[in-house]
Design a protein around this ligand. Structure first.
Ligand code: GLY
Length: 405
């Protein structure tokens, strides 16, 4: 039914029923969402600027106060990234010094080697600065970050190791070389580093990681596991499990979104059709799933047992929508853009988008960090906002007839 609705292109109808308003032209939708984001991010940045410090909002605490994170947190790039999107979406120079300042606070991340998330962190911040403001001086940071991430490549297994397995909660899982599907997102930085430096090492590692992940992370129904643990000496798969999903054999919603986005992005850089096929297969798993709600914002795990009382995850929906805008450019005969528009319509409705001045000044409500860790359940998350703003930018560019890349 969902697929049929999408196929019929009734996204505007759904948007209208979500908002309780008559359908409006899409330019109004884009403009209204930009204005809403400007209002929220202005409040957010005013608080930070008044503090005299450089703060990095990730989510809210149980008491509603804003949770700020340190620069080595995996989410530290998204807030600077959101400010880069404000600059790009508005063209207003007032955002430029803020985007630069929050980005450059992450400078030392380029030497971080103890987890894999530097691709998210530096990709959202420095890479967007390089793309949107021609910041040539950001190039060496991007390349050095790829060099640091490359230290986590395990040649015998053909993967970038995601997490260290000797400390924190990961040490209790008995893993040797855990790789999570999220790691596909870090490959964009590797591809860019090769493009910017002319050194194919990063590109080759990215391709190897994408190929190994394609071989070992996916089930026959094209859903993916969250964690695959490898023997780094032999490359043997030791186990397939979850960390943030409901169960080892369940389909964690954000993992499917990372996979869709990751393989779409791999096709962008390689033009290898096997990555495009993989992205389409992940799309088909998501959108043919009977557990996907009508508004296309998934529960936190497709197999969570207490639906419809399980929390939704707006971050997965936002990442999926942004990925589908890109995928629609490679396969224009499919209805991927209509599906992305429908997701964005849901996220932009009062069901998910917060009133200005509420929600810790984040744009979207109703995301989930990790239910098994009892962390960040039904809260705003800076990366939900990040992929929502990226989706707005991609939608605007596509509708203006511009190339995305
Ligand atoms: N990369 C961690 C997460 O998706 O929650």
């Amino acid at each position: 039914m969902k697929t049929i609705l999408t196929t019929l292109g009734v996204s505007l109808f759904v948007l209208a029923s979500c908002t309780g308003q008559k359908s409006k032209p899409e330019t109004d939708f884009i403009q209204e969402n930009i204005e809403n984001a400007v209002a929220q991010e202005t409040i957010q940045t005013d608080i930070i600027e008044k503090s005299g410090r450089i703060l990095n909002p990730r989510t809210i605490n149980a008491d509603g106060s804003i949770l700020y994170v340190a620069i080595d947190d995996w989410c530290s790039g998204f807030f600077p990234g959101n400010i880069w999107y404000m600059y790009k979406l508005t063209g207003d120079d007032k955002w430029l010094p803020l985007a630069q300042k929050y980005t450059e606070a992450l400078d030392s991340v380029k030497y971080l080697t103890w987890h894999h998330d530097v691709g998210f962190m530096i990709g959202s911040s420095y890479l967007n600065g390089y793309r949107f403001a021609n910041k040539e001086e950001y190039k060496p940071v991007i390349i050095q970050t790829a060099k640091s991430l490359s230290t986590r490549f395990r040649p015998a297994a053909g993967v970038l190791q995601s997490w260290d397995a000797d400390k924190g909660w990961q040490a209790r899982r008995g893993w040797k070389c855990p790789v999570i599907i999220d790691n596909m997102m870090n490959l964009e930085l590797m591809f860019e580093a090769s493009r910017l430096s002319g050194d194919s090492t990063y590109y080759n590692i990215a391709v190897k990681h994408a190929d190994t992940t394609m071989k070992n992370h996916f089930r026959d129904n094209n859903s993916c596991y969250h964690v695959v643990d490898y023997d780094p000496e032999t490359g043997e798969v030791r186990s397939r499990q979850t960390a943030q999903g409901y169960a080892d054999e369940s389909s964690w919603a954000r993992g499917q979104a990372w996979a869709l986005y990751g393989y779409t992005m791999c096709y962008r850089y390689t033009r290898d059709p096997k990555y495009l096929d993989m992205a389409v297969k992940v799309h088909d798993f998501i959108f043919n799933n009977p557990n996907l709600p009508e508004d296309l914002v998934p529960y936190w795990d497709y197999d969570a047992p207490n639906k419809p009382d399980e929390p939704r995850d707006a971050s997965s929906a936002a990442c999926t929508a942004s990925a589908l805008y890109e995928l629609s450019t490679y396969l224009p005969d499919k209805n991927y853009k209509a599906t992305a528009d429908k997701i964005m319509g849901s996220l932009g409705s009062p069901a998910y988008r917060a009133e200005v001045g509420t929600n810790g000044n984040f744009i979207l409500m109703h995301s989930v960090g990790s239910i098994p860790h009892n962390a960040e359940i039904d809260v705003p998350l800076n990366y939900a906002d990040y992929y929502f703003l990226e989706g707005i930018m991609r939608k605007r560019d596509l509708e203006a007839g511009k190339k995305l890349f």
